[in-house]
Design a protein around this ligand. Structure first.
Ligand SMILES: O=C[C@H](O)[C@H](O)COP(=O)(O)O
Ligand SMILES: C=C(OP(=O)(O)O)C(=O)O
Length: 371
């Protein structure tokens, strides 16, 4: 009976080539790279960097819970494409982080993985040569070495986790992680967040739906069991405890910004309904600024005045900033302006200093009035 049914199916009646391969039809090449364990061995975290990461994670956790009343500011380039420019940015930011430390907790955006709407350069880890040669092993080495240098400056690093294999190579040097608007609904990314040792922020999705970010937080707080790789690069079942240090990020959506007071009210009502702390991060960039870097300043100024008036629900801000304002086309990668973004436009260094100064005053005022 079963045999008759199988034979009468149209696919079974077609003439097929018994030699036609059934897998690897579209794979052009496979090249192994060193395991996370071997990269960690070659580029070891030292005592100073360990201290930065431990303190960074603890302080970020305390700001998110409200125990530490400072404002967390995740600020830095949209993406790192030139590690030397990122090092210079980090040295400058480390000075400001110290100067403003009584009211601001500053972490540097050190973003190596770019999720693309369709296609485009996918970040330093994927393509360190900026020429589509995609030497990912080299990208991971560069990323780890840069994170180590930044941690040695005492500056906590923040990054987006996009590829499920990447975290094991770098996570011990990361103080805060993001799951982006394009992956917030992905079970795979929620599972990764449940395993990460650092606090994690989930963006609302590109359509502007905040509920999916709250669902992501609820999911990542729970333990999961899923397939991944060990530090030695073997396939394994990973069992996680769940990550209690997760929060949402308002980044605007297709219908425009979502940082206005009524929208923060809505988001906080939804957080309370889900049993979560009414504290969140607001992204001054992306759909909150219509990707116009100059508007980030307007958004930042408005938020600074609300923080100064005592709005304690705004626990954190995100700002895209680089040494030079604006953005440039990657082209063939040979004529790039030093310190300017090749992904989204960023505010420049001078504006960054001014905005941080303003946020410092506002966060200080909020703190002194008990907000
Ligand atoms: O933050 C960077 C970008 O907004 C994100 O990677 C999407 O970029 P794209 O829409 O240019 O692909
Ligand atoms: C890609 C990013 O943001 P979003 O996911 O909000 O588009 C980003 O912060 O670099």
């Amino acid at each position: 009976m079963i045999e008759t049914e199988r034979l009468s199916h149209p696919a079974a009646m077609e003439a097929t080539d018994p030699g036609e391969p059934l897998d690897d039809i579209r794979i052009l090449a496979v090249s192994e790279i060193p395991s996370p364990a071997s990269l960690r061995e070659r580029c070891q975290i030292d005592a100073v960097a360990q201290k930065t990461v431990r303190a960074g994670r603890r302080q970020i956790r305390q700001v998110l819970s409200g125990e530490d009343r400072r404002l967390l500011v995740v600020v830095g380039p949209c993406s790192v494409h030139d590690p030397e420019a990122a090092r210079e940015y980090a040295r400058r930011l480390a000075v400001l982080a110290q100067k403003f430390e009584d009211a601001l907790l500053i972490a540097m955006r050190v973003y190596f993985e770019k999720p693309r709407t369709t296609v485009g350069w996918k970040g330093l880890i994927n393509d360190p040569g900026l020429d589509n040669s995609c030497r990912i092993g080299e990208g991971l080495e560069l990323a780890r070495a840069l994170l180590l240098d930044i941690a040695r400056l005492g500056l906590p690093a923040a990054t987006e986790f996009l590829d499920p294999i990447t975290p094991e190579y770098i996570v011990d040097l990361v103080s805060w992680g993001a799951i982006g608007a394009r992956t917030v609904e992905s079970q795979v990314h929620r599972q990764i967040a449940s395993a990460l040792s650092c606090p994690v922020g989930f963006k609302n999705n590109s359509a502007g739906d905040v509920a999916v970010a709250i669902e992501a937080v609820l999911s990542a707080r729970r333990g999961h069991q899923f397939l991944s790789h060990t530090r030695e690069g073997r396939t394994a079942i990973i069992v996680t405890a769940g990550n209690p240090d997760c929060h949402i990020i308002l980044r605007g959506g297709k219908n425009g910004p979502n940082y206005l007071p009524a929208q923060v009210d809505d988001a906080c009502r939804a957080l309370a309904k889900a049993g979560l702390t009414e504290r969140l991060m607001i992204d001054c960039s992306h759909a909150n600024s219509g990707k116009d870097h100059r508007l980030q300043l307007t958004v930042g100024e408005q938020l600074a005045s609300r923080i100064g008036e005592g709005d304690s629900r705004i626990a954190a801000l995100m700002i895209e900033s680089h040494l030079v304002a604006g953005r440039q086309e990657l082209g063939d990668g040979t004529r790039l302006c030093y310190g300017q973004s090749i992904t989204d436009a960023c505010i420049g260094w001078e504006e960054t200093e001014q905005l941080l100064q303003l946020l410092y005053r506002s966060a200080g005022r909020r703190r002194s009035t008990g907000g």
